[in-house]
Design a binder for this molecule. Structure first.
Ligand SMILES: C[S@@+](CC[C@H](N)C(=O)[O-])C[C@H]1O[C@@H](n2cnc3c(N)ncnc32)[C@H](O)[C@@H]1O
Length: 238
């Protein structure tokens, strides 16, 4: 995903940051941020003096993260969350913003959990945000839409308008957005973007983790805001 769209659609979310800070204070560093993107969570924690490893499979996003981390203790790792092998053990592994629901269902999640568990220090935890329920709507049915995210960079206006949340065939959700760019001379480019979230509840994730020898070590709720859905945070320990 390009950096501009990632920043526009994810960058302004802040409701979860206090929780990640508290978990790191309790369970310690270094921190492993899975699916770190351009570093919304990684940079917040690094600015508070924590040592952070930011892992993602998108090189463009990690490149932007590295530039923004100038002088902070952040290492980036280009890898798939389902298959990584680092030389470091971590106190806190953070999986923010439904990234766990992008890993390809139960098999992908198990691969990730196995990998992450092998990278924990004694007393370390994996903290995972997920959204089991989303309110569905569709512009095609005349739904009242949320406000678009809009920014202007170098004279180009970028707008990302959520247009639908639908239930997918597998019981997960399809999030649909219309992305538009309007150039200085008024040329408009428009395309539809879709993201699919795997179906997942906190209970199911805890069950899958238990099979792999991980124990449920906490559960927190992050309420929805006007612009972002709420989430449950499942904390797993070894
Ligand atoms: C919803 S964004 C969250 C970004 C960031 N953690 C935040 O909270 O702002 C999901 C991120 O997960 C990354 N991602 C998706 N699948 C992945 C995988 N299999 N391994 C590593 N990263 C992945 C995407 O590239 C993207 O940056």
């Amino acid at each position: 995903m390009s950096v501009i769209w990632h920043d526009l659609e994810c960058g302004s979310y802040g409701e979860d940051l206090e929780l990640w800070r508290a978990l790191v204070a309790r369970h310690g560093e270094p921190v492993l941020d899975i699916g770190a993107g351009t570093g919304r969570v990684s940079l917040d924690l690094a600015r508070r003096g924590h040592r952070v490893t930011a892992l993602d499979l998108d090189a463009e996003l990690l490149d932007a993260l590295s530039k923004r981390a100038d002088g902070l203790d952040v290492e980036t790792v280009l890898a798939d969350a389902r298959e990584f092998n680092l030389q470091t053990r971590f106190g806190t592994c953070v999986v923010a913003m439904q990234t766990i629901q992008l890993l390809g269902g139960p098999e992908g999640r198990s691969s990730f959990l196995r990998c992450a568990a092998q990278h924990l220090l004694g007393g370390g935890v994996i903290a995972i945000a997920l959204s089991a329920e989303l309110e569905t709507y569709d512009v095609a049915n005349g739904a009242h839409l949320p406000l678009p995210d809009i920014t202007e960079i170098d004279g180009i206006v970028y707008s990302s308008q959520p247009t639908a949340v639908r239930v997918a065939d597998d019981g997960g959700f399809v999030l649909v957005r219309r992305r538009e760019e309007v150039s200085r001379d008024g040329v408009r480019l428009s395309l539809e973007d879709q993201i699919e979230l795997d179906p997942l509840t906190a209970r199911q994730l805890e069950r899958e983790a238990r099979v792999l020898g991980l124990r449920a070590a906490g559960h927190e709720e992050i309420p929805p805001t006007r612009d972002y859905v709420g989430s449950s945070v499942v904390v797993l320990g070894v």
